[in-house]
Ligand binder design. Structure first.
Ligand code: KG4
Ligand code: ZN
Length: 352
């Protein structure tokens, strides 16, 4: 089965081809326009997707020397994300579906991130724990199969990547700041972090909170001179990164204890972070799994994989034309039952 994957939920336009579960192409265009604004500007993101998606699709088809006739399934991210940005991908997918009489399936973006790890690690057996750490999401799931997730906990405010980005902005980095913070943190070799507080969330579930860290750093910086901040940037970045990593590791430890599952997948943009990888590997060594860097950040290969696995299991949701954004979706959209699919949104694959 050849699957065409489409991803436009935020600031990456991506098109992928998956053939029998193997990635043949995974073209990713990252919108650079947002860096000057310190975050993603939704309207600009939608326009940039519109400008790129058709051309990117043609390039992938040309490179692979295939056409729509060779595609068996179209998988598109339809939630959660920026409504306008999602609609570009969904409309494009629907257009291709109509033109080629191809089935089309809606994929939850977080499900895509979880599936990303399975592209390179077929040995990762179910059940496993999934730590989704990205710019928009931070959550822990038990994964018993593709399409079957139990939410163990999530952030009650900022996502881990958002914390990197917002604190990075305070420190003078451009958006997205995670990689820049990691690089700057690596210049500090003292091993003596400034102890920024990380909240323990005592509510039900293994939840996360990063907004207190952001505030603590803000007040800390307000008391320093610009020269001090500049001269100690490595130390500051090291300390911020360590606080975020410690919180993530602590909650994974709690999830392992709660579920007695010690196979862990770590996915999403923050999973690119080398210090996070090292910290998790130092505890769980070879039972912690990461996608390659290009598959951690937003990409269509992971959407194609999740769509393919769900479709072959008979889990099929027609893409929603009214993308349900986080607030309407229990934040992550992945609920405590199979695939988070509501029965009224499951329809046949036949295009109109
Ligand atoms: O998964 P992703 O591409 O988009 C979302 O679905 O949100 O993740 C982007 C996030 C950004 O917040 C970015 O700062 C963060 O991933 N990120 C990193 C690193 N690389 C990307 N955070 C920490 N260290 C990194 N090396
Ligand atoms: Zn993402």
């Amino acid at each position: 089965m050849v699957v065409l994957g489409l991803e436009t939920s935020c600031d990456e336009t991506s098109i992928a081809i998956l053939d029998k579960g193997i990635v043949r192409a995974n073209a990713v265009y990252t919108q650079s326009i947002h860096s000057r604004y310190g975050g993603v500007v939704p309207e600009m993101a939608s326009r940039a997707h519109l400008q790129k998606i058709d051309r990117l699709c043609r390039v992938v088809f040309d490179e692979q020397a295939i056409g729509l006739d060779k595609i068996d399934l179209i998988a598109v991210t339809d939630r959660p994300g920026l409504a306008g940005a999602l609609l570009v991908g969904i409309s494009f997918a629907m257009g291709l579906s109509c033109a080629g009489a191809k089935p089309v399936i809606g994929v939850n973006h977080l499900e895509g991130h979880i599936a990303s790890v399975t592209l390179q690690h077929p040995e990762l057996a179910f059940p496993f724990l999934a730590l989704v750490v990205s710019g928009g999401h931070t959550a822990l799931y038990t994964v018993t199969d593709f399409g079957a997730y139990t939410l163990l906990g999530k952030t009650i405010d900022d996502a881990a990547g958002e914390a990197f980005d917002k604190i990075g902005k305070m420190l003078g980095f451009t958006y997205p700041a995670g990689r820049q913070i990691e690089q700057m943190a690596a210049t500090y070799t003292g091993g003596n972090p400034i102890l920024f507080p990380i909240a323990r969330v005592e509510r039900e579930g293994i939840n996360f909170s990063f907004s207190g860290l952001k505030t603590a750093v803000k007040y800390y910086l307000a008391k320093q001179t610009p020269q001090f901040i500049e001269e100690n940037k490595g130390h500051l970045c090291y300390s911020v990164q360590k606080a975020i990593i410690d919180a993530l590791v602590r909650n994974v430890e709690a999830a392992v204890k709660l579920t007695a599952i010690n196979r862990i997948a770590v996915v999403g943009g923050v999973a690119c972070n080398g210090a996070l990888r090292a910290a998790l590997q130092s505890v769980w060594s070879s039972s912690v799994f990461f996608p390659s860097l290009v598959l951690c950040t937003d990409n269509a290969a992971m959407i194609a994989k999740a769509g393919y696995e769900n479709y072959t299991r008979g889990i099929h949701r027609f893409p929603s034309m009214t993308p349900e954004i986080e607030e309407n979706q229990n934040r992550s959209g992945l609920l405590k039952h199979k695939s988070g699919l509501q029965t009224d949104s499951v329809t046949a694959a036949t295009p109109p």
